[in-house]
Design a protein around this ligand. Structure first.
Ligand code: ZN
Length: 489
């Protein structure tokens, strides 16, 4: 985690000895042998010193200890984008802060402010000794991240707790970049899931992650993801043990591959763009606010002439959209309705040709059941469905493999509108079970459902929900699943 700085340091030493070797080859004399011996003795002495000081400072702060000797001397150790970076040490009785100095006035000023803040935190920690070390990460030779780690030691020289502080800069514009400058608003729900999954599936933290504090500290809130660094391979997020698990301990970090974060970045990083995934559907009208709650209404088994049209009218009147999972037989009968669905900004999904259980069909039959509907929809609207809802929600691994071009969209709220066939009951169920991110299952072949829509659509809008398509929901909730994958579950 903290290797970037050390590598740069080693790199400098390598160049130095390379130059020495060349000189030796040209003029080999006793003088050089004596000098070489002195050099070796010096290296050995320095090595022993590092060994001793490491046992004092503990793991992860070797660089700070190596520089104790330097006192206030500056040491040029790396270069980014032609700019020199130096390090400086503040040495006080009970803490040491090691921090970088650049040739960029604006950035140095900001670093100095942060160092002052870290000093205050170190003093307030009540630790017997505090060592602050840092690493530098860069992306595209233009984005600079500085990660400070404070290690707190007790009287037995044991590190018992740690804190982390990061700052990010755009070198060209000499500006500091905050989380909101780098990540799009829809990033936070993605990173929340990613970080939770990481700690819950990690052997060392799975038990700790069961506490209430963990859920609170990793919810999809920008404020929880403000300590981060960016390099050409990863966006790395840092947390203290205390905020995550309400326990003292080392700093925790989660690296997200830059290609996975690409779709959520406001800044352009070359290595990220190579793997960037475009959202499967451009949000229609671009009127979705990712920070406001949203729901995907879904209607299966249609289209039905009167009922579907009634639903489309309600949706249009309320500036709302839905997704229609159409069945081949009905789609073939009502191509005009398919067209109206697309014109209303809705999404058409594939509910197979004859509404058969896909897990009971042969490979060829599965392919045919889906392709037949796609051809009908394409012919009527020019749009090819990319989402499949298997009839009865029935599928298996084999079906997923055959249909690996399609996203499997299930639901999170089942209204059972087909059972009740009662507009009031259906409407009540939708309204009582609605939540941000819900995918609600209904059927547009029933008059009662169409009637219910006239009540619940305006009510949901009134409650502040945005009614979006399934693709939009997946996109804004950071669930841009691949073909063959299912959502939810
Ligand atoms: Zn169905």
């Amino acid at each position: 985690m903290y290797s970037g700085y050390q590598n740069q340091y080693r790199h400098k030493n390598y160049n130095y000895s390379y130059r020495n070797r060349r000189r030796r080859n040209r003029r080999f004399s006793a003088f050089w042998i004596v000098l070489a011996i002195v050099f070796v003795v010096a290296i050995l002495g320095f090595g022993i010193y590092i060994l001793i000081s490491n046992s004092f400072f503990g793991i992860g702060s070797s660089q700070a200890s190596a520089n104790v000797d330097e006192g206030d001397k500056r040491l040029v150790h790396t270069a980014v984008n032609g700019e020199k970076y130096e390090s400086k040490t503040i040495k006080e009785s009970n803490y040491i802060i090691h921090y970088p100095v650049t040739d960029i006035k604006e950035i140095d000023k900001s670093i100095n402010e942060q160092v002052k803040f870290i000093e205050k935190c170190s003093e307030a920690s009540g630790a017997y000794f505090t060592a602050v070390d840092y690493t530098v990460e860069t992306a595209d030779s233009n984005y600079l991240s500085i990660v400070f780690k404070s290690s707190f030691y007790n009287e037995e020289d044991k590190m018992y707790d740690a804190d982390v502080f990061t700052s990010n800069y755009d070198i060209k514009s000499k500006c500091e970049l905050k989380s909101g400058d780098i990540f799009k608003p829809n990033f936070y729900s993605f990173i929340s899931d990613y970080v939770r999954e990481y700690f819950k599936s990690n052997k060392n933290t799975a038990e700790l992650a069961k506490c209430e504090e963990f859920e609170a500290a990793t919810s999809a809130n920008k404020l929880h993801f403000e300590q981060f660094s960016v390099n050409d391979k990863n966006c790395i997020f840092y947390f203290t043990n205390k905020t995550l698990f309400a326990k003292e301990g080392n700093v925790q970090s989660v690296a997200v591959p830059i290609t996975k974060a690409a779709a959520y970045l406001n800044i352009k990083i070359k290595s990220a763009q190579a793997g960037e995934k475009k959202p499967s559907v451009t949000p229609l009208g671009g009127d979705v606010d990712p920070n406001k709650p949203m729901i995907a209404l879904t209607f299966d088994d249609g289209p039905s002439y009167e009922n579907t049209e009634k639903i489309l009218n309600v949706l249009t009147k309320n500036n709302a959209r839905a997704t229609f999972f159409v069945v081949g037989t009905n789609a073939e009968a009502y191509p005009d309705i398919l067209k109206k669905e697309i014109e209303a900004g809705c999404q058409i999904g594939n509910h197979t040709a004859e509404h058969l259980n896909l897990s009971e069909l042969s490979d060829k039959e599965v392919t045919n059941a889906v392709e037949k509907v796609n051809n009908i929809v394409k012919k009527a609207t020019g749009v090819v469905p990319t989402a499949v809802r298997p009839p009865y929600g029935a599928y298996n691994k084999k079906v997923q493999k055959i249909l690996n071009k399609y996203k499997f969209i299930l639901w999170s709220v089942d209204t059972e509108d087909w059972k009740d066939l009662d507009a009031k009951k259906t409407s009540k169920k939708v309204l009582s079970e609605a939540y941000d991110g819900a995918i609600i299952l209904m059927h547009d072949i029933h008059p009662s459902t169409a009637e219910a829509a006239e009540t619940f659509v305006p009510k949901l809008i009134e409650q502040g929900y945005q009614l979006v398509t399934v693709d939009e929901l997946l996109y804004y909730k950071g669930k841009d699943i691949q073909g063959g994958e299912t959502y939810p579950w």
